[in-house]
Design a binder for this molecule. Structure first.
Ligand SMILES: CCCCCCCC/C=C\CC(=O)SCCNC(=O)CCNC(=O)[C@H](O)C(C)(C)COP(=O)(O)OP(=O)(O)OC[C@H]1O[C@@H](n2cnc3c(N)ncnc32)[C@H](O)[C@@H]1OP(=O)(O)O
Length: 253
């Protein structure tokens, strides 16, 4: 993690090749978010060390033929990550310098502002296309960002938006020519709060987001059970196996 001179933390996801979110990366993210809060940074920008992938979403290997204890810890750690990021009192922005499917889109939509590189990248919640279901809080993060009707169609069709489509629907706020420009634009957003008292800002954000946060906070055990039930279904395991094989085949071409 790098903290800028102007007090803005730039947090770079670095888990090659595609920043898929496994248990270790999620734990590291949680520790980093805690540090950013403790250090009283002005704000945080999330970006990726990969030149083509922001994050490929959840590491499918954590869900495929899972160890029962580990997969439960994985899910609870993912919930923690989302609660910390979506509920952060400090300003958050994502410099999306590559593809952001599924969990990658979740991270981006949990931030307050998104700048994505122009190019052949895509962003969206594609879970239904994989034969899995985006949990309520994934869906809520999208609904919080784009109009409800567009969110429903995107979720049910597993739509991956091009950069132009994402900009048009409001899934991203701005585009940038390169990563440096994306980070600069995110900083400009965060600096908008320089003259706003941080307590008032933080509380306003909390009130604005509390309904969505409360849904998971009061339902964590049920959400975990729902995930574990689904992930252990033979049909879901079959879908994951086919999807993994397709990804491997594609990467070997
Ligand atoms: C109601 C409650 C129920 C709850 C149910 C469960 C809810 C689960 C919720 C969320 C789901 C997810 O987040 S699942 C993950 C979805 N992600 C994707 O679909 C993206 C898949 N990846 C890609 O499309 C591409 O990799 C990419 C566009 C992101 C990048 O393409 P690129 O060409 O650069 O890279 P490769 O495709 O060649 O991949 C390299 C390497 O990485 C492996 N890989 C890719 N993505 C993942 C992943 N998500 N998990 C694990 N591994 C992944 C890929 O297989 C290649 O591996 P090899 O080099 O070994 O072949």
């Amino acid at each position: 993690m790098a903290v800028d001179n102007d007090g803005i933390a730039v947090v770079t996801l670095q888990r090659p090749p595609v920043n898929s979110l496994n248990l270790d990366l999620l734990q590291a993210m949680n520790n980093t978010f805690d540090d950013v809060a403790k250090n009283k940074s002005k704000g945080m920008i999330l970006t990726s060390a990969s030149p083509t992938v922001f994050s490929a979403g959840l590491d499918i290997m954590e869900m495929y033929k899972p160890d029962p204890k580990r997969v439960e810890t994985f899910w609870v750690t993912l919930q923690d990550m989302w609660l910390k990021l979506f509920g952060a009192s400090f300003p958050t922005a994502a410099a999306i310098n590559g593809h952001a499917p599924a969990g990658g889109c979740l991270i981006a939509t949990s931030c307050e502002y998104r700048v994505m590189l122009s190019g052949k990248f895509t962003i969206g919640l594609n879970e239904t296309a994989l034969g899995i279901v985006a949990p309520t809080w994934f869906q809520d993060s999208l609904r919080h960002t784009i109009p409800t009707r567009q969110a429903e169609i995107a979720l049910t069709t597993g739509k991956m938006f091009t950069v132009d489509e994402a900009l048009k629907v409001g899934l991203i706020d701005e585009t940038a020519a390169d990563k440096a420009e994306a980070i600069e634009k995110c900083k400009k957003f965060i600096k908008r709060f320089d003259k706003i008292p941080s307590l008032a800002r933080g509380m306003t954000k909390q009130i604005f987001r509390q309904e969505v946060l409360k849904k998971l906070l009061t339902n964590r055990q049920a959400d975990t059970k729902q995930f574990l039930d689904l992930v252990n279904q033979p049909k879901v395991q079959q879908s994951l196996e086919l999807y993994l094989a397709m990804l491997k085949q594609k990467s070997q071409k």
